[in-house]
Design a protein around this ligand. Structure first.
Ligand code: ATP
Ligand code: MG
Length: 476
């Protein structure tokens, strides 16, 4: 057992306070899991700290609270036998060491009190089973029964026990393995990866919320394709996001092929992740082509088509979010809008960019126009360097034009310069169809660039349009 000392990791006074409290209760205690792992990896030290007590975690938490200034509130989770308190910006969770055995039909283990080693056995990975001692006599010693340090050095995700047992006991661990591989740039130990493929179907017993938590963390990593391709290779993705795996594959008919839209999508997600940390924009990148599977057709004249895939895709977003119990709020609507509009700027970038096309884009995308541009730039995955440069160059022009047009015409969050009420008053009308026609004509004229987005011009235009409709300005 590695007993290298890491006192410097435990400089925060909370650790010596926990140590003292445990001593008073005649209990041993350890820092375990993510804190130790991330400290040894020189990552940002996590704000959540896990303490394992050889005894009651709840009792230890209460004792620690008594010793702290202001005696922070202890939140007890009786069902889990754990307790949590907040101290400064830290969230400290206490749990009694446990020994667990599982039955095959449920994630709910039979739990008994155990030793530190028992508790380490039930941890998910060797790198997450590392513990620092908080005892006075060996404060800061590293307890590492499975050579987690060796795996940290080799960048390996490996289970402490037989992986078939670890994954079958709690299938969420399969997603955690892939998530850590993606976050930490680690490899999953080959036997472990095989065990994930074998046990993949057990993921179905995990709650959607927890699955989505892990998916979000994968999408939040620097290069999400690492995790996403592992999900694909193990077969987990086929269960969790079948809409995506249906995009995989290249079909050929009469010598015509389409691209593999699954691997293209992963490239787009990686591209966008270099430019944004926004989780929902990354989701939009992940889902931007899902409508292509159900809309794929082959036509002898034009080859492969995906007509209306943006619209179909945006409808699928709702169903997918609902199935995964994701929020059906403005975030979902944002993703839908991005999917729906995902081809709009591309058309612009292929041709000469006109002001009116840019005004229409800004009008339709509103505040999300920059996000939409970011998505479309990420969507450029052509391997033809000439095309690649051309598209990026054109998008640069589109972005410039967006700024210019916006400064001049204020199309974003468009408010008509002449209101419906103005129109009613001018022509002495009661609410009627004509008002809508005139309002729409004004909006169109502005977007086309026939008139500037200003009151005077819009009023003149309104009078002209009214005349065409046989209306006359009222007297009163
Ligand atoms: P992060 O906080 O970045 O998600 P973490 O490793 O700290 O990483 P937590 O979910 O905070 O993950 O869990 C803390 C510790 O609890 C882990 O390091 C691991 O030892 C253990 N653990 C968490 N979930 C499981 C699980 N499903 N099976 C076994 N052990 C787990
Ligand atoms: Mg943690």
């Amino acid at each position: 057992m590695n007993v290298k000392n890491h006192k410097e990791a435990l400089k925060e006074d909370i650790f010596s306070i926990i140590s003292g409290a445990a001593a008073e209760l005649d209990m041993d205690s350890y820092v375990i899991g993510g804190f130790v792992r991330d400290y040894l990896l020189n990552r940002d030290i996590p704000k959540d700290i896990d303490i394992v007590a050889i005894g009651s975690g709840i009792e230890l938490a209460r004792k620690v609270s008594e010793k702290l200034q202001k005696k922070p509130k202890v939140q007890v989770f009786k069902n889990f036998g754990t307790a949590m308190l907040r101290w400064k910006d830290l969230e400290v969770e206490f749990v009694g060491a446990r020994k667990e055995s599982y039955r095959s039909d449920s994630r709910k283990p039979v739990v008994e009190n155990g030793t530190l080693k028992d508790d380490q056995d039930r941890r998910d990975f060797t790198i997450n089973a590392l513990a620092f001692s908080l005892q006075k006599e060996n404060f800061g010693d590293l307890l590492d029964p499975f050579d987690g340090v060796g795996d940290l050095k080799q960048k390996l995700i490996r289970t402490p026990l037989d992986p078939d047992i670890t994954y079958s006991d709690d299938p969420l661990r399969m997603l955690r393995a892939i998530r850590f591989a993606s976050q930490l740039h680690f490899k999953i130990f080959p036997e472990s990866l095989e065990a994930i493929s074998r046990n993949k179907d057990r993921i179905k017993i995990i709650s959607k919320e927890r699955v989505v938590d892990e998916l979000n963390k994968i999408l939040g990593s620097d290069k999400p394709s690492t995790g996403l391709s592992l999900l694909f290779r193990t077969g987990l993705l086929h269960i969790i996001l079948p809409e995506l795996t249906r995009l995989q594959g290249i079909e050929e008919k009469e010598g015509q092929k389409h691209k593999d839209n699954f691997w293209h999508t992963l490239e787009v997600v990686d591209n966008i992740s270099e430019h944004t940390d926004d989780l929902w924009l990354r989701w939009a990148a992940l889902l931007h082509d899902i409508g292509k599977a159900p809309t794929k057709r082959f036509d002898k004249k034009v080859g492969w088509t995906f007509h209306g895939h943006e619209f179909v895709g945006s409808k699928m977003v709702y169903k997918l979010f609902k199935r995964l119990r994701m929020p059906l709020n403005e975030k979902m609507k944002f993703v839908q809008k991005m999917v729906l509009m995902s081809s709009r700027p591309i058309v612009l970038a292929q041709d000469i960019v006109t002001d009116s096309a840019v005004r229409r884009l800004v009008f339709d995308a509103g505040d999300h126009v920059d996000d939409l541009m970011t998505l479309c730039e990420a969507d450029i995955t052509t391997k033809n360097p000439k095309k690649f440069r051309k598209y990026h160059h054109n998008f640069k022009i589109v972005r410039q034009k967006i700024v210019e047009v916006e400064e001049r015409d204020h199309i974003r969050n468009f408010q008509p310069p002449v209101s419906g009420e103005d129109i009613m008053k001018t022509f002495n009308l009661s609410p009627s169809r004509e008002i809508g026609i005139i309002k729409d004509a004004i909006k169109e004229a502005i977007l086309e660039g026939d008139i500037p987005n200003e009151y005077e011009a819009a009023r003149d235009f309104m009078l002209k349009k009214g005349k065409e409709l046989g209306l006359e300005p009222g007297k009163g």
